[in-house]
Design a protein around this ligand. Structure first.
Ligand code: P6P
Length: 348
């Protein structure tokens, strides 16, 4: 252990000293997220060894098969965060409606929207999966939190983060003061600061998309991805295609290396597949805090106020220059489009 390596707790407490407005309550909430992550990590990293893999036989509200680890992750986050006395209400990818804090627990002033185990369909193949969380201030004044408390735009977030479970489990979060990454050290059971102040490259050379959906993509996205594949050394093209089908893993790689994650509307999901509240908004907060960007193709992702807990959105997320160019293609105003018209040929 490098001398002076900071644990997550030490780091958060130092942040609190330098941010007098930060309340101890908020700090303790972040620490409980880390505790829940450690408990989930303990099972995920040995999923192949304990009888926890596999399906419950149930379908969630999205018609997706529920993995037993999904349920465990959801229940763990609900129990640990709900018993902090800091929450007014929670919302989870696994539950259709809002999730009240456990019976008898004090109702607090924060809201947590979370995806307990994103990418869990990859578990059997030992692909990295993740927990994504978003912390907001409650809007309502008293009593149990409501749907209104959960349905807030991303710019209202106080904190956002993800835990990526795998050979090296990491917790990455922001409270609006940069993005910081912590690697779990099992021998002492602590998340240790390993990636202070993460900055994503202004432009990357990776695009992440499920090209199986190409035929049903909007025309602008087809043009954009075709353009990324063209040979043009000065602009670093062709980009490399990297897609593992687990949002947290694809996002984390692109955050560190640079690049863009693309999930447009498709025939199966015309509004896109990923959800605003507990996928788009928290990762958009992290991307922006690291110098990147996030859009739905028309708006800044963090400006979207979802009309329902599980509202889906097209998602373009990553390096600022790449997201900007993607949006220009979507809106038919990228210079390459005019150039191809003059040349009388399509981009590709
Ligand atoms: P597709 C996993 O199911 C997930 O929600 C994200 O983790 C991932 O980025 C996406 O769906 C993959 O979707 O349609 O490419 O399989």
């Amino acid at each position: 252990m490098p001398h002076g390596a900071l644990t997550l707790s030490q780091f958060i407490l130092r942040q609190e000293y330098t941010h007098p407005e930060a309340s101890g309550e908020f700090t303790s909430l972040l620490m409980e997220v880390a505790l829940a992550a450690k408990m989930i990590n303990r099972l995920v990293v040995r999923a192949g060894l304990v009888d926890i893999l596999g399906l419950t036989g149930d379908e969630n509200i999205h018609g997706e098969q529920v993995q037993r680890l999904d349920v465990f992750a959801h229940d763990t986050l609900h129990r640990i965060l709900g018993s902090t006395g800091q929450l007014a209400v929670l919302a989870s990818e696994e539950d259709e409606g809002i999730v009240a804090v456990p019976q008898g627990e004090r109702v607090g002033k924060y809201v947590v929207n979370f995806d307990p185990l994103d990418g869990s369909s990859n578990l059997d193949a030992n692909v990295n999966v993740g927990t994504i969380f978003s912390i907001l201030p409650r809007i309502t004044r008293k009593g149990s939190g409501t749907l209104e408390d959960c349905l807030q735009p991303g710019y209202r977030q106080l904190a956002a983060g993800y835990v990526m479970y795998g050979s090296s489990t990491m917790l990455v979060y922001t409270t609006g003061d940069g993005v910081h990454g912590f690697t779990f050290e099992p021998s002492i059971g602590e998340f240790m600061l390993s990636h202070p102040d993460i900055r994503t490259p202004q432009r990357g050379h990776i695009y992440s998309a499920n090209e199986g959906n190409y035929q049903s993509w909007p025309e602008g996205i087809k043009r954009y991805v075709d353009w990324l594949k063209m040979e043009d050394a000065p602009s670093g093209r062709p980009y490399s295609g990297r897609y593992i089908g687990s949002l947290v893993a694809d996002f984390h790689r692109n955050l560190l290396y640079g690049g863009i994650f693309i999930y447009p509307g498709t025939g199966k999901n015309p509004r896109g597949k990923l959800r605003v509240l507990y996928e788009g908004a928290p990762l958009a907060f992290i991307a922006e805090q690291a110098g990147g960007a996030a859009s739905d193709g028309q708006r800044r992702l963090m400006d979207i106020t979802p009309g329902s807990l599980h509202e889906r959105t097209p998602l373009y997320l990553g390096s600022a220059d790449d997201v900007r160019e993607c949006v220009e293609f979507i809106n038919n105003r990228h210079p390459a489009i005019a150039a191809e018209r003059r040349a009388g040929s399509r981009t590709a």
